[in-house]
Design a protein around this ligand. Structure first.
Ligand code: BG6
Length: 303
């Protein structure tokens, strides 16, 4: 990995008292954001947000205490960007699950203070011979993040090639919860889902989602806001989104978490992934010269 010049980054994109670049755990470059509304941190590798906490709230984005940081490693927690496919690659098992975007270098393209005091960061994925070997299409991927009282993320893919491109993707967000056994996830009732812990059986959700065992589901045609009601932290996380027709709900529970080795002791109790995605039946087809925008807005409400 090429060495990051932090003085140059701070000179070009730093905002005094608000945006600073530094070397973080495992030698990875980190952007730290602090404004009157919230604090946040983004690891440049993967364009991976690892922290967001509105002022006077515990973190909304969960990061494992046992997360591993290092070149080419995916980080357990935060908001991994799954792109340009979701889950295992359909034709080549040697390619990484959830695509390569989350483990390769990204670069900052802009930072800005917005009139309301929020901070906007823009980063883009850096293509290389390795990415072109895994993904032989000319596409560009950008992520714009707005850190304020809400957290907004826009994942924009542009098809610069002259062929149709089928794209799977997700903002694989790990949310922090007081006790996953007590939460209720609203907004998915009536949606068909693929139940990955039951041989990919197709089922229909009735009522809110509750969690008392491993859960790994792709909800299809799901476009409504999702609400995570958390009685322990006495808050509701509202997930609004656009350009996303799938919602993935995942918690590995005890045995899978133990096998993974980077979830931390009892970490599974304090996290739930509610991922805004385009996966399985909902993969997006991008015509030449067009763009696709998957956006999310996370807000905290009282319960
Ligand atoms: C979820 C998938 O999105 O991500 C799960 O639905 C998977 O099947 C999980 O186990 C974690 O994936 P990874 O590659 O980060 O361990």
């Amino acid at each position: 990995m090429s060495k990051i010049d932090y003085s140059l980054l701070n000179e070009r994109f730093g905002l005094r008292g608000e945006v600073a670049f530094k070397e973080g755990a495992g030698g990875l470059g980190v952007v730290e954001v602090s404004n009157s509304h919230a604090t946040a941190a983004l690891v440049l590798q993967g364009g991976h947000l690892i922290h967001w906490a509105p002022r006077s709230q515990p973190p909304v984005i969960w990061l494992s205490r046992a997360a591993k940081f290092g070149p080419g490693k995916s980080i357990r927690g935060g908001v991994p960007v799954c792109w340009p496919w979701f889950g295992p690659h359909s034709g080549d098992a040697s390619l990484p699950a959830h695509g390569f975007a989350r483990t390769i270098p990204w670069e900052v393209t802009a930072t800005q203070t917005l009139p309301n005091g929020a901070t906007r960061l823009s980063v883009h994925l850096v293509s290389s011979d390795a990415t072109r070997a895994a993904w032989p299409y000319s596409t560009e991927l950008m992520l714009h993040i707005t850190v304020g009282t809400t957290l907004e993320m826009d994942l924009v893919t542009r098809n610069a090639s002259n062929e149709m491109v089928a794209l799977g993707q997700a903002l694989h967000t790990y949310f922090e919860v007081g006790d996953v056994r007590r939460i209720k996830i609203h907004g998915l009732g009536g949606c068909e889902y693929i139940d990955k812990v039951d041989g990919c059986a197709r089922k229909v959700q009735s009522g809110p989602v509750t969690i008392a065992a491993e859960i790994d589901r792709i909800y299809l045609g799901s476009t409504a806001d999702c609400l995570i009601d958390d009685p322990q932290l006495r808050r509701r996380i509202r997930i609004a989104k656009g350009g996303s027709r799938s919602t993935v709900v995942w918690n590995p529970w005890i045995e899978k978490a133990a096998r993974m080795g980077d979830l931390g002791e009892n970490g599974y109790l304090n996290m739930v992934c509610v991922e805004s995605a385009n996966a399985a039946d909902d993969v997006v087809t991008l015509a030449p010269g067009t763009e696709h925008r998957l956006w999310v807005r996370y807000a905290v409400e009282g319960l």
